[in-house]
Design a protein around this ligand. Structure first.
Ligand code: ZN
Length: 287
């Protein structure tokens, strides 16, 4: 049995007697029918997509049968009438070639529609992060904990802002995967959001920068109504952060139009002031 192989599909053909052959004509090309289409698509391709893909080859096969059926009838009439047989053969050859090339294109199409796998461990634009060990955390403000290096830098930064009359408050720091589970799935259900809508404003558990102990959500103590809202960008606290945060090794994680596709979060910053935090936020993405 001849086979056509693509990275995803194996299409096997079975030779069937040609109509032309039965009339003693030289057969330019054996007719074929698809007897089996096996897929080696990985399991994480959605079932719906796989089903759609599988149906393409049998459709082509049934079209081929129609074409060959017609050719058979034409050949029969031609030989009975004693018409110009060679002309018919040329036409048959042309149709067979056209049919084969249509099939080849269909197979190429399968390859073309293959989705490239995301690099690294990413869900809905969020990267996977390990939860910080409790022993690496310390209280940065109130009862909110951060990695030691980030906590020290944060306190220094807030003290400097305060000297300029700007009152930065910590709203959130380290968050466990369990906390995030509640935050993501609980709020998602409460707001009736689907997974994609929710992922734009919150990371799925296991995929939040807050797990690392390096990320902070901050507010302006003078304008608490802007907490965790986009209009936090209009506060003195945000303006001060834009101008000074880099001095303390904090950077905005999700600026406007970020390539992760996460909503703009002017309140969410991350510490990138030591090698561990740099590896955490940058190394995994370059693979
Ligand atoms: Zn945050």
């Amino acid at each position: 049995m001849p086979k056509v192989n693509s990275p995803q599909f194996t299409i096997e053909y079975e030779d069937v007697p040609s109509v032309r052959e039965s009339f003693g004509l030289q057969n330019p090309k054996p007719t074929e029918k698809v007897v089996r289409v096996s897929s080696s698509l990985p399991d994480d391709i959605p079932v719906a997509q796989r089903e759609t893909s599988k149906q393409v080859a049998p459709k082509v096969a049934s079209k081929r049968w129609l074409i060959y059926g017609s050719l058979g009838a034409i050949a029969l009439i031609a030989s009975i009438a004693g018409a110009v047989v060679s002309w018919q053969i040329r036409q048959a050859q042309f149709s067979a070639d056209a049919s084969s090339s249509a099939e080849t294109q269909a197979a190429t199409g399968q390859d073309g529609t293959t989705q490239s796998r995301p690099k690294g461990d990413v869900i809905l634009g969020h990267y996977a992060y390990k939860e910080a060990a409790p022993t690496d955390l310390e209280v940065a403000e109130g009862s909110i904990r951060l990695k030691r290096s980030a906590a020290a830098a944060y306190r220094e930064m807030v003290a400097a802002a305060s000297q300029s009359g700007v009152n930065i408050v910590l709203i959130s720091g380290f968050r466990s995967v369990a906390d995030q589970k509640h935050l993501y799935f609980g709020v998602k259900a409460e707001r009736g959001q689907n997974a994609q809508e929710r992922a734009k404003v919150s990371a799925p558990p296991g995929y939040s920068e807050h797990h690392t102990g390096y990320a902070i959500d901050i507010g302006d103590a003078n304008v608490p109504a802007t907490n965790l809202r986009e209009d936090f960008e209009k506060t003195a606290a945000f303006r001060w952060m834009k101008a000074n945060a880099a001095r303390y090794s904090f950077e905005l994680s999700f600026p406007k139009g970020n390539e992760q596709g996460v909503s703009y979060e002017p309140w969410h910053w991350r510490y990138v002031g030591d090698i561990d935090s740099l590896k955490t936020f940058y190394k995994a993405r370059e693979n």
